[in-house]
Design a protein around this ligand. Structure first.
Ligand code: UD1
Length: 332
């Protein structure tokens, strides 16, 4: 298949391009480089032996996007990763988040309709479930999201569902990610956020490299087995493979899948695994809870297994080993 991947140079997008190419698909990447680097293209080529076609285009710009569809008139599907993703920043800059994440979804969906590209895979998030007991199932009602970033995911899901309702040939697959971590085992692709990381695993990696002095564990008084927050961490390579299965499946209307492992892991377990697998000390201190954090959530991952034939295979040890390997060999 010939697939347009927006945000294809980002963390999840780049890993997905590798898995698509490894499964004999042809990839065209669109990325505005706002939070990614052009060298990622070289690294995808180094891993796969194939250099994808790349357009430095912002998906919110309809005319620029049109030129991509004009140059490649026969996409079999699109995977839409392009978007802003920092929760804290979204609270400070709500207009940037709503504008970028919602306009891009609409502009891309419109381009798909006018070019008869009927398969749209969307990068959503478990944050759309809001605060309710786990495991999260795809048929649960969604609760209010706690920040503009989360809201852009919930609203994009609704936009695409309405587009699918109005256009019977158009199918939308909404993939709700849990917490993607790890890196490509080659050490060439990984998560490389600008500035001080907000998310747990990149922060732990900076502490491991001694670029930051110690991790703050946000709360050890949650109602969880060891008192620290519990999430469903999933290796980014497993997540990328889920996208290949999703784009290959013939569907109609709207399909929703959780992409998680189905297993909760605590912050303390992450820290201990990172330290022991990589044989390195991770200094930490217990800090107050971070506002807006939930105690615990994880996926019910059975629907993706039953319908896509996909399930996460990599372990916590793989996640922390590959995250550290990326830090030490990537030369970034
Ligand atoms: C957040 C978003 C999620 C998004 C994900 C990846 C919400 C509610 N959650 O998830 O939508 O997909 O980021 O961008 O919008 N922690 C520490 N110390 C740190 C950092 C984190 O203890 O320095 C803890 C947190 O309290 C939490 C866990 O680690 O228990 C994971 O945090 P993080 O990696 O930031 O992801 P989420 O908040 O789960």
């Amino acid at each position: 298949m010939k697939i347009l991947v927006t945000g294809g140079l980002g963390f999840i997008g780049s890993h997905t391009c590798v898995e698509l190419i490894s499964n004999q698909h042809q990839v065209v990447i669109v990325d505005n480089l706002v939070n990614s680097k052009p060298e990622v293209l070289d690294r995808i080529e180094k891993i796969t032996g194939v250099r994808p076609v790349f357009f430095p285009v912002d998906v919110t710009e309809a005319l620029a996007l049109e030129s991509v569809f004009a140059a490649h008139p026969h996409f079999d599907g699109v995977i839409h990763f392009a978007g802003l993703k920092a929760v804290g920043e979204s609270v400070e800059k709500p207009i940037a988040y709503y504008y970028n994440n919602l306009v891009s979804t609409m502009v891309l969906a419109e381009a798909c309709l006018s070019h008869h590209v009927n398969r749209f895979i969307f990068s959503s998030s478990a944050t759309v479930y809001g605060d309710q007991p786990s495991p999260y199932r795809e048929d649960m009602d969604l609760k209010t999201t706690s920040n503009p970033y989360g809201e852009t995911k919930a609203v994009s899901e609704r936009i695409l569902s309405d587009v699918a309702k109005a256009n019977p040939d158009f199918s939308a697959t909404l993939l709700r990610y849990f917490n993607p971590v790890g890196a490509h085992p080659s050490g060439l692709l990984g998560e490389d956020p600008n500035g001080i990381p907000n998310n747990l695993m990149p922060f732990v990696s900076k502490v491991a490299r001694r670029e930051l002095p110690k991790l703050k564990i946000f709360g050890n008084d949650y109602p969880t087995p060891d008192g620290t927050g519990v999430r469903d961490y999933i290796h980014v390579v497993d997540l990328a493979k889920g996208h290949v299965k999703a784009v290959e499946k013939r569907t109609s209307g709207v399909s929703i899948y959780n992409l998680g492992t189905g297993k909760g892991i605590s912050v303390m377990e992450i820290v201990k695994a990172y330290a022991s697998v990589n044989d390195i000390d991770i200094p930490y201190e217990i800090a107050p809870r971070r506002s807006g954090d939930l105690a615990s959530y994880y996926a019910d991952a059975t629907k993706a297994k039953d319908e896509l034939g996909w399930e996460a295979e990599l372990t916590l040890a793989d996640m922390v080993r590959d995250a550290y390997h990326f830090e030490t060999v990537s030369g970034k």
